[in-house]
Design a protein around this ligand. Structure first.
Ligand code: M6R
Length: 616
């Protein structure tokens, strides 16, 4: 879960690669580095810290050169320090590499290389790999592309790598297994870009190739890209795709942080997710990927949802939606647990994998396992062309647009939107929802974007609440039914960006333990919407109040009862209970955001995290 990028062509490489690294910083920001080559002479700069720190170090130097590789790191092997930062050089100083992934058998290879006289300056698996490539090249007296290919047949693990020889500045070798890699192609092959995603090069070219697992590409100036399978050496005809992404989508657009921008994008993101699918006036939900597999969906005895983090919370909402509306039994699994516990998967089961990035290693592994057991796997992803989107049998994109803030916001609401569409469609076809109810749901879904828009106006109220509780050491989030996963998500949002310890619980579980934590300094955020077990939640609120806890309640517009008991209330527009998470989650996102800003935290790049978790 690092970001790699590179340039080879006729322009100055440094500004392209540095800007690219800044766009990829969401993938990790423990350290950064760049190597620039001009006339077979190279300059290497690397440092612990962010790309902005790297820029400070590099700026006093002559940075000319038309070939460069850059790296932004999320540490796996070795602490984040200057030595462990990428790029790494081989012992001869001729070969240079940037790597995203983990070489699991690096220790064995390292011992072997040490026996052969190699020395190491870092604790990384990557330095081992570049020396292995060098050793293979010397031993076989072959070209760099061949040496990389042969070396990779000896490694176990995951990688997206870019390698070049500083004495041969017209060629970069790239390869992938388990970590993403895109290649941007300039006009007539006069320039090339390589990167973990297409964001570093979208202003230069719209033509890109996404490498598949086990593929290696030789990127050579003036030549067509040549792609081969690493293990059997077969030639692959590269599929050049036209990128749909534009620059504006990956910029902050006047907001202080990407997270805030993405929170505010939710009305349009939800709309874009159901556009063309929800035909409310015709009373139809049209989803090609579900329609094409409708027999499988209608005959499914069980749906297993696999995901991680926020996507797992969306999966929990999906469980409520699918069981409630379409009456199909659902299990929601952490992908990391599912993949290792020999799960029982029957031929009539459908596995739904949910992932914003489409690159999460645990989710990807869970998909591969499910497929190997014969399951039909359906993906719900945001990133077009991502590994999960390609690995699944079928799927639906969320169309949320790029989510850059590490804290997931619009991905959550758009994933729920897709799940709601599927649940409604199946419920109707299975005769579990009457025609009149179905029409009611569709009309209501149509209104959700404008209700979210309206709800976002609570920002000033939420800001005031944030000011009151920004120094709380702990926080509890409670909800029932559809709002239980929202409570979990609210707690995750707060802890990941503000570093306040927070926990989410089903409201009724409070009395089985968490109630012991409640005193006058404990803020408790309770979701108490009218259609969601309201009376029961009101009783839970009373229980907290009688122990002097501070209540921040999310209630339905016009509520009078909770208003009398709670310390603060935030009103949300009325909606169907099944759609409540699309609204109740909004004030919780804002609350975490404002608290984190007030505590001086780095909202978009919280410590120790990365946006795309491509390691186990
Ligand atoms: O890209 P994915 O949806 O697969 O990512 C899963 C989690 O890593 C992600 O949701 C993570 O929990 C976020 N930081 C939460 O805000």
């Amino acid at each position: 879960m690092c970001g790699i990028t590179g340039y080879l062509g006729f322009r100055e490489a440094y500004p392209i690669v540095i800007n690219g690294l800044q766009r990829l910083e969401y993938r990790g920001y423990d350290s950064a580095g760049i190597v620039i080559t001009s006339n077979d002479k190279s300059k290497l700069f690397k440092t612990k810290g962010k790309v902005s720190d790297l820029k400070k170090i590099a700026k006093k130097n002559n940075l000319e050169g038309n070939l460069a590789l850059g790296h932004t790191r999320w540490a796996t092997h070795g602490v984040p320090n200057n030595e462990n930062s990428h790029p790494h050089l081989s012992n001869s100083g001729n070969l240079v590499i940037v790597h995203n992934g983990i070489i699991e058998n690096y220790d064995t290879i390292k011992k072997e290389l040490i026996k052969r006289g190699y020395t190491f300056h870092s604790d990384t698996d990557t330095e081992v790999l570049i020396n292995l490539i060098e050793e293979v090249q010397i031993k076989n007296n072959c070209k760099l592309g061949k040496a990389v290919q042969l070396a990779l047949t000896n490694v176990v693990g995951a990688y997206a790598i870019a390698v070049y020889d500083i004495n041969k500045s017209d060629e970069i070798i790239v390869a992938r297994l388990g970590s993403p890699l895109a290649i941007g192609i300039g006009k007539n092959n006069t320039e090339f870009f390589v990167a973990s995603d297409a964001s570093p090069f979208i202003e230069y070219t719209k033509d890109a190739i996404y490498l598949d697992d086990e593929e290696l590409a030789i990127v050579k100036l003036g030549k067509k890209i040549r792609v081969r399978k690493i293990h059997d050496d077969s030639i692959v005809e590269p599929n050049i795709q036209e990128l749909k992404l534009n620059l504006e989508q990956i910029e902050k657009g006047g907001y202080d942080h990407f997270m805030l921008k993405e929170i505010y994008e939710q009305p349009s993101a939800i709309f874009d997710t159901f556009r063309g699918r929800l035909l409310a006036d015709k009373g139809i939900i049209k989803m090609g990927s579900v329609d094409n597999n409708i027999t499988k969906f209608l005959n499914a005895k069980r749906i297993i949802i696999v995901a991680c983090g926020t996507s797992w919370h969306a999966g929990l909402v999906g469980e409520y939606l699918l069981e409630d509306l379409s009456r199909i039994p659902v299990e929601v699994e952490y992908a990391s647990e599912f993949r290792y516990r020999n799960p029982i998967i029957n031929k009539d089961d459908i596995v739904i994998a949910i992932s914003q990035s489409g690159e999460t290693a645990d989710t990807l592994a869970a998909i591969k396992l499910a497929k190997s057991k014969g399951a039909f796997v359906f993906g719900i992803c945001n990133v077009v062309g991502s590994s999960i989107a390609r690995e699944t049998n079928s799927g639906a994109y969320t169309h949320a647009g790029p989510e850059i803030g590490v804290a997931s916001t619009k991905a959550f609401t758009t994933q729920i939107t897709v799940l709601a569409l599927i649940a409604l469609k199946l419920g109707k076809l299975k005769g579990e929802i009457s025609t009149s109810d179905f029409h009611k749901y569709l009309q209501e879904m149509k209104l959700i974007p404008s209700k979210v828009e309206e709800l976002l106006k609570v920002n000033h109220e939420v800001e005031k609440i944030a000011l009151t509780y920004k120094d709380a050491p702990n926080c509890l989030y409670l909800g029932r039914g559809y709002n239980f996963p929202v409570a979990l998500e609210g707690a995750l949002k707060l802890k990941e960006i503000s570093y306040i310890h927070a926990e989410g619980y089903p409201a009724a579980e409070m009395k089985h333990g968490p109630i012991a934590l409640i005193d006058e300094s404990m803020p408790v955020i309770v979701i108490a919407t009218k259609k969601g077990h309201y009376e029961k939640v009101v009783s839970n609120i009373q229980e907290i109040k009688s122990r002097n806890g501070k209540i921040i309640a999310i209630v339905t517009e016009g509520d009078t009862i909770v208003k009398k008991i709670a310390d603060h209330v935030i009103e949300i527009p009325e909606t169907e209970e099944a759609f409540a998470p699309l609204l109740t989650t909004i004030p919780l996102q804002l609350l975490s955001y404002y608290i984190a800003v007030m505590r001086g935290c780095n909202v978009d790049q919280p410590r120790n995290l990365a946006k795309s978790v491509t390691v186990e």
